[in-house]
Design a binder for this molecule. Sequence first.
Ligand SMILES: [Zn+2]
Length: 97
Amino acid sequence: MDCGRFLEPWLMEFDHKPCETKVADVSAIVGNGTCSVRRLFVEMAKCEVVCVECHRRRTFAGRWNESLQRALAYLVKHRLELEKLMAAEANSVEAPR
Ligand SMILES: [Zn+2]
C-alpha cells in the first residue's frame, strides 16, 4: 500500500501505470533534453507520482508476482515429471545397514 506522502521533489518518482505502455522513463526524456514537451507530457500522463520508497515497493512486488506466477505455472505443468524425479531420488538413497 502506498504511503500517500508528498515529499521533496527529489524523493518523488513517476511510476507508469500497469495498463499503460511505457516508452521511456520520464527522467530519461527530461535528461535527453532533445525531446519535445508534448512527448514528455504524454509520458507523464501515463504515470502516477509516488515517493521513491513506494515506487521501489511497487516495482519489486510486480516482479516478484511475475516470477512467482511463472514458477507456479512451471511446477503445475511439470508436476508428474517432478514427482518421478523425486521418487527416483528417494529410491536411490541407500538404506542404513
Ligand atoms: Zn510512499
